[in-house]
Design a protein around this ligand. Structure first.
Ligand code: HEM
Ligand SMILES: *[C@@H]1O[C@H](CO)[C@@H](O)[C@H](O)[C@H]1NC(C)=O
Ligand SMILES: *[C@@H]1O[C@H](CO)[C@@H](O)[C@H](O)[C@H]1NC(C)=O
Ligand SMILES: *[C@@H]1O[C@H](CO)[C@@H](O)[C@H](O)[C@H]1NC(C)=O
Ligand SMILES: *[C@@H]1O[C@H](CO)[C@@H](O)[C@H](O)[C@H]1NC(C)=O
Ligand SMILES: *[C@@H]1O[C@H](CO)[C@@H](O)[C@H](O)[C@H]1NC(C)=O
Ligand SMILES: *[C@@H]1O[C@H](CO)[C@@H](O)[C@H](O)[C@H]1NC(C)=O
Ligand SMILES: *[C@@H]1O[C@H](CO)[C@@H](O)[C@H](O)[C@H]1NC(C)=O
Ligand SMILES: CC(=O)N[C@H]1CO[C@H](CO)[C@@H](O)[C@@H]1O
Length: 324
């Protein structure tokens, strides 16, 4: 009792906001009694969709990350804008978040079995895990459950909380620290960029206008930069996408760290991980595949607990795009 009060006080004092700390305790198999098949229904539905669309693991992993970083893992990322409010999903960094309709479908499958019991936040956390794990035929990390859904989603919150691909190391560390994540977590979780794609405009200043006078980023592999220029023809290209881990962007592995060491990290935020000794040591550690899988699992569990709503907080949404 005393301990939790001290913790709460610490949260308020250190973070200045309750948002990052109001989370209660998540549990293993929270729906065991209330909806015994929930996790299996979600897994089956997720796998059905992933089998048809191998881009989904990257979409869901990024969606879960964005959800957790903006107001905690409470599914606010899934809410649509309304007449009086522009939702998080409209934020520029959300440019390519898609797969919302698929989450809606997975949620509908659970609702059929147990209406009003399983939160959208848990559906998203589980779908992210199960989609990435699909090819491995076993879960890559443990997802505790019992999250509840938030009722607000504001574009300003997304812009204020999400790290930018143009951030330097200092800014990245600060951004993660506010969420209770350290340098080790930052490096390990950046390994999520081993799958998926990035739009040209999220890195093209590195190719065409790094110095503000048309120069190229010297920390970007020159051979790779030349290749990227054949894909992204100008600074204003905001439609073309390239693989973040070239040749291996559908394969979840530690290869991101291999290319990172070759100065082929796509964003400035990726390259920034080589600019600090502590971070660089972790990058080197992640070249050991089994260590990466182990540490990624730990870090995802930590990320999945950021600012969660539990107990009687929030609600269990019926549909994920709109509050009840
Ligand atoms: C360290 C700070 C991070 C920054 C600055 C960042 C930035 C970005 C950007 C700019 C994109 C490309 C979006 C686009 O152009 O469509 C992207 C994609 C992606 N990010 Fe991150 N990210 C970060 C951390 C993470 C973390 C922690 C995860 C998950 C563990 C993650 C998972 C992904 C995935 C899977 C994609 C690919 C999405 C797709 O293919 O649709 N990122 N990220
Ligand atoms: C999930 O899929 C497996 C394999 O197809 C099936 O045996 C199982 O009954 C399904 N579970 C649920 C809860 O639908
Ligand atoms: C919610 O927004 C998504 C795009 O963010 C859109 O595709 C979908 O049609 C919207 N759903 C409803 C019911 O308005
Ligand atoms: C927006 O309007 C809805 C009703 O359409 C209302 O319930 C909600 O409180 C309003 N939100 C804000 C932030 O004003
Ligand atoms: C990192 O970026 C911040 C914000 O743009 C800036 O104030 C700071 O000087 C930068 N730090 C380094 C080491 O470049
Ligand atoms: C290049 O960057 C400089 C400084 O940020 C900016 O003034 C200029 O407009 C940029 N050039 C282009 C073509 O966008
Ligand atoms: C992409 O660029 C075009 C032209 O520069 C602009 O009209 C459009 O709004 C941009 N789209 C996005 C999603 O930023
Ligand atoms: C640039 O990338 C190539 C592979 O594409 C690699 O052989 C080379 O070592 C890299 N250069 C640097 C400076 O990392
Ligand atoms: C999918 C989605 O909602 N995309 C939005 C991302 O942000 C841009 C710019 O604010 C919007 O125009 C898109 O609709």
């Amino acid at each position: 009792m005393m301990k939790s009060h001290i913790l709460l006080l610490l949260c308020v004092v250190v973070f200045g906001v309750l948002g990052t700390c109001h989370g209660g305790v998540l549990r293993k198999n929270y729906y065991k009694a209330s909806c015994p098949d929930a996790e299996e229904i979600i897994k089956n539905a997720t796998e059905k969709h992933v089998a048809k669309n191998l881009d989904l693991p990257a979409k869901f992993l990024r969606m879960h990350f964005h959800d957790c970083f903006v107001g905690g893992c409470e599914a606010s990322i899934l809410l649509n804008s309304t007449s009086n409010n522009t939702a998080e999903k409209q934020a520029v960094p959300n440019l390519s978040l898609s797969g919302f309709d698929v989450i809606e479908d997975i949620k509908a499958e659970v609702e059929k079995e147990c209406p009003g019991v399983v939160s959208c936040a848990d559906v998203l956390a589980l779908a992210a895990r199960d989609s990435v794990s699909y090819k491995f035929k076993k879960p890559l990390w443990e997802v505790l459950t019992g999250r509840r859904d938030g009722t607000v989603s504001r574009i300003s919150e997304a812009l204020a909380n999400l790290p930018s691909p143009f951030f330097n190391f200092t800014s990245l560390v600060q951004n993660f620290a506010i969420k209770g994540l350290n340098v080790h977590d930052l490096v390990v979780l950046s390994g999520g960029h081993t799958i998926g794609r990035g739009h040209c405009n999220t890195f093209s200043p590195r190719l065409y206008n790094f110095t503000g006078r048309g120069g190229q980023d010297p920390s970007l592999n020159a051979t790779y930069a030349a290749f990227l220029k054949t894909k992204c023809r100008s600074l204003s290209d905001n439609t073309t996408t390239v693989e973040m881990d070239p040749g291996s962007s559908l394969k979840f592995d530690n290869h991101y760290f291999v290319i990172l060491k070759q100065h082929m990290g796509l964003f400035e935020s990726d390259a920034a991980l080589l600019t600090n000794n502590h971070a660089l040591k972790t990058v080197n550690d992640m070249l050991d595949s089994s260590k990466f899988f182990k540490d990624f699992a730990v870090a995802m569990k930590k990320m999945g607990a950021i600012g969660v709503l539990t107990g009687t907080q929030g609600e269990i949404r019926k549909k994920c795009y709109v509050v009840n």
